[in-house]
Every structure is written in C-alpha cells, then in structure tokens.
Design a protein around this ligand. Sequence first.
Ligand code: GDD
Ligand code: MG
Length: 360
Amino acid sequence: MQAIVLVGGEGTRLRPLTFGTPKPMVPIMNVPFLARTLERLYEAGIRDVILPAGYMPQAITEYFGDGSRLGMKITYVIEDEPLGTAGAIKNVEQHITGPFFVLNGDVLTSLDLQAMIDFHKQKGGLGVLHLITVEDPSAFGCVVHDENGRISQFVEKPPKGSEPTNDVNAGTYLLDPKVLEMIPPGRNVSIERETFPKVLADGHTLYAYTTNDYWIDLGRPEHYLSAHRDILTGAMPLRLEPGISGPGAAAVRNNPNLVAPLFIGEDVSIDPHAKIGPNVVLGDRCSIGANAQLTDSVLWDNVTVEEGARMDEAIVASGARIGASARIGRGSVLGHDVVIEPGAIVPEGGRVGPAAPISA
Ligand code: GDD
Ligand code: MG
C-alpha cells in the first residue's frame, strides 16, 4: 500500500510560524509533525510514501531525504504553483501502482489505518473517507451519509447554521486508482469541492468510516496548543512518560517550581526560581531565567526567556528572545528569531514576526 501525504499548503493560519517553517515541519513535542505522520504510516506497514510539496519544500526534503533513515521510500513531487488537494494527487499519478491512502498533512489522530483498510475490503466502492463528529462543523467539510456509510453529499465549509451534518471529513482517504481518472490534469482541483462530488455524480460509491478517535487539525494556533495539551495530559496517546517527559526531564525532576505535565528538550537551562507549567513544552537549548512564569505554552528550540518574563497560551518559534519582565499576552504567536524588548507588552492574541517567508 502507498500513501500520499499532502504537504503543499502555505499554512496561512499558522503565520508567522509558517514564514520560517512549512506546516508539516512545525514541531509537535519538538519533532516535526510530518515525522509523526510517517511513523504512523510505518506502523501500519506502509513503506512507500509520496509527498506532493510546494511551499518551502527544501525544509522537508533536507530533513527526510529519500526516507531510508526511516526505513521508507519517499518520493517528492514539487508543484510550481499550488495544484489544490486533488490536483496534487493527479500530479503524482505516475507513481501510483494500486489503492492508496491520502492524508492531509496537518491532521493529528489516533486512527487505526489497518482497520480502515479492512473496512474498505468489506465495503468496496471507489474509496473510504475517515469522518469524525464535531460540535462545530462549519470550519470543515461536511459529509452526508446513510447508516450503511454510503456517502450522498459533500458540503465544504458551510456557513454556520446551515451545516447538513456534524460528521466531517477528517482528512484520511483510502482510494481506488480509478479516482485519478476523474481529476482533470494541469490545473488547480479541490478534492473536497470538485472530485468527491464528481465521483458520486458519475454513479460511483464512496463510504464513510466514522470513528471517535482522537482527532485535531493543527492548522490554527489554538488547535496547535490544544494538541500539545492533549498529548501532555494523555488524551492523545503518543507514548510519552506521564508527568515530566522529554530528553531533558531527568535533569529537572527535583525542581519544586515545575508543575507537570511538561516536556523538556535537550540541554535546557532552567533557573531554580523559574515557574513553569502546567502544559509547557520547551524545545532543545531553551533558557528560562529567574522568576519567569510560563503556562500552557509551546517553545521551539533555542528560545531565551529572561528573568521575570511571563507568558500564557503562547507559541514561540525557534531563536526568539523574550526580554526581562516582558508580558506575552494569552494566545500570542511569536515567529522565528523575534526579539521582545525587556518590559515590553505583547497584547492578547498578538502576532509578532517577519512579514513574509524567510528562506528555510
Ligand atoms: N501539495 C499540495 N498542494 N498540498 C496542498 C495544497 C496544494 O495546492 N493545498 C492544500 N494542501 C495540503 C495542506 O498542506 C494540508 O495538509 C491539506 O492539503 C489540507 O489543506 P488545508 O488547507 O489544511 O485544508 P483545511 O484544513 O481547510 O480543510 C481540509 O481538511 C479538513 C480536515 O482537517 C478539507 O479536507 C476539509 O474537508 C476537512 O474537513
Ligand atoms: Mg487543515
């Protein structure tokens, strides 16, 4: 079985983080998210992965290479212009040899891919879509189906109040190669808005595989933070030690000012009078000064927080420096190498970072 992981989106909703890092390389517990996805594919026995990329592809190709380090074969196909979710699949057609998975590159889930293969074998049809039931479906693709799972309609991002169902497309598909014939080549095509409706209109069948797995689309800062909180608290299973985890955990375990759950990267320096936690992730080589206070936040590598600075529900990209006594308002997102002056105040929901992509 092969898998296509869609990794060409620009990650606009995660800016300014994605001005320096393409969305699939944004770290989850300090490891690029795409590495987690590839691990999951490996565990399901999938070794042949195709990555249609376009935005900052070199950050992806340099990290994963040909995939041999992971025991996989990775084929990259770079788009000059974004081809959309189906156009990207059509563009890798020459590499596809049989039924294949398609994964949105920004979904964190505990879905069992093998169970989905079994479901497809049992049901038949041109494909199976993983669905999840959510309270507010307006931000997603609604998928209407009967009790046998047979899909009758797709409504992408319906206006609030007009959603036909709470079951949404969860971004994992298992498709028959026949679907490729229904995607026009050479232009931008959306699988959700164009291809799936066409498959139904042509008289073919698609099935819904609805589960109550853990599932989150990481594409927004608040979801990115929730995903970390869920991993730290164990709501999303990721084989972490409970409490204080990570390669730097042993060195700080006796510090009474640390409140679990926490994840501590390598070579982190924490002043004994810093207050950290709960739900904080510190990347490698972070440095936290005396009386700094950090709660519910994710810091990437090489972030310096000087004495007395405070943050809550913040995301801080690599290399940033938070000056002494600065206040980082709740929900703020600070981009790569940002410097916050001592005593400065970043308002709630602040976005600080470069105004355009920086080279990867
Ligand atoms: N190669 C390539 N080219 N990849 C792309 C392109 C493109 O032009 N456009 C988007 N992608 C990738 C993104 O990087 C992401 O991994 C995936 O396709 C989905 O794109 P998003 O931009 O994240 O879509 P969304 O979150 O608004 O909606 C999609 O996901 C929801 C579930 O998370 C849709 O599939 C919805 O129906 C679904 O509910
Ligand atoms: Mg998304």
